[in-house]
Design a protein around this ligand. Structure first.
Ligand code: G6P
Length: 364
């Protein structure tokens, strides 16, 4: 991959399409079939140390923070270590309790975001163990961290992150599997996740084939002034990232909410001119998500669902291929990257360089 546009009109489009190879690259050479685990050469964390970790705190900004939220869920599900993600900027200023049994993970595409770097430096000063999940090799955060996992997304030029987001989540899946297999994840579950990871590039390719359908939907939705994005548990960070993507490139206001919280406020906004994008994975929350769609439909709200099968209550469903339930969030956001892209294109926005935003924020 290079800085050449390679026949695409924008870097954003090029980078969305490149995800097939990028995901293949982050997996390459890391899977250990014999022990149903992954090898992460730069982690610098002995099995004994990994077993003693009581908590994981993930820090990042923007899209990297959202990738960290999915990462925290993957770690909790696969390694059964309590984990959560927080914006690095907030963490720094709230005088956090730095706990010796907590492993800190800094996430950054550029490896240069000031708020993340400053959080890492503060943590190191207090004696904490900090890993990096970083794309740019040899960047400031990668150098400051005690070890980590490179994301190997290749160069990302568009200000808004797409392929690096996906690769970062896959890198977290690798970290979660690695930690899980040191702790209590069974060989059969390890194998199940490895098989799921291997299916990802082909499934991404399949999703990209729906581009013309997504383009038509985006044109149709581009007249909205505001959109609601909803999801639950694994679907919620996907909704947050999809809403951020739409906002950044199209300048349409978008807000993400857990579907379970609709009745506590956002339902008041639902009407025909306020569409909802719903993440509806085929998992243990399917019926609850369907009930939320019903609530929206009852108020004449338009619904675009991203799901594993057609949703009766939705006006349109983008059907994505099913993977293992833990890995489904990796795939469900991809059609919504194309949705944001085509909405922005329909509105004539400056897609690779949205107004007021920078690729890398190296000042406070
Ligand atoms: C800026 C970019 C975002 C990015 C964030 C964090 O706000 O516009 O796309 O997610 O910085 O950047 P990082 O390089 O640390 O991932």
């Amino acid at each position: 991959e290079s800085y050449d546009m390679g026949g695409h009109d924008t870097y954003m489009h090029k980078e969305i399409v490149e995800q097939v190879e990028a995901v293949d690259r982050v997996l390459r050479g890391r899977i250990d079939d014999r022990f149903a685990t992954v090898r992460l050469g730069g982690l610098n964390l002995e099995p004994g140390e990994a077993r003693r970790v009581r908590r994981i705190k993930i820090l990042g900004c923007g899209t990297s923070y959202h990738a960290g939220q999915i990462g925290a869920q993957l770690i909790e599900e696969l390694a059964r270590i309590p984990a959560d993600a927080e914006p690095a900027s907030e963490f720094r200023y709230r005088d956090p309790v730095v706990d010796p049994d907590t492993l800190y993970v800094a996430v950054s595409q550029s490896g240069e975001t000031y708020d993340v770097l400053a959080a890492v430096q503060e943590l190191k000063r207090k004696g904490a163990r900090v890993l990096g999940v970083v794309n740019v090799v040899g960047s400031a955060i990668a150098r400051e961290a005690d070890g980590g996992v490179y994301v190997h997304a290749g160069p990302e030029v568009c200000v808004v992150s797409t392929k690096c987001f996906t690769n970062t989540v896959v890198a977290f899946a690798l970290l979660a599997l690695h930690l899980g297999r040191i702790r209590d994840l069974s060989v059969s579950d390890g194998r199940r996740i490895i098989e799921g990871l291997r299916r990802l590039p082909g499934q991404i390719d399949e999703i990209l084939k729906a581009e013309s359908e997504i383009k038509a939907l985006a044109k149709d939705f581009a007249t909205a002034r505001s959109m609601l994005f909803i999801g639950r548990v694994r679907g919620y960070p996907v909704a947050r990232e999809a809403s951020l993507k739409l906002k950044e490139v199209s300048y349409i206001h978008a807000e993400a909410y857990p579907a379970s919280e609709l009745k506590h406020g956002p339902l008041a906004l639902v009407e025909p001119s306020m569409p909802t994008v719903a993440i509806v994975p085929d998992d243990e929350l399917l019926e609850k998500n369907r009930a939320a769609l019903e609530e929206i439909k009852a108020r004449s709200g338009r619904i675009l669902a991203v799901a594993h099968q057609e949703q009766e209550k939705a006006d349109h469903t983008i059907v994505v291929p099913k993977n293992e339930h833990e890995l489904d969030p990796i795939l469900m956001g991809i059609p919504l990257q194309l949705f944001a892209y085509h909405t922005a294109l329909a509105l004539g926005r400056d897609i690779d360089k949205p107004r007021n935003l920078a690729k890398s924020v190296t000042v406070e």
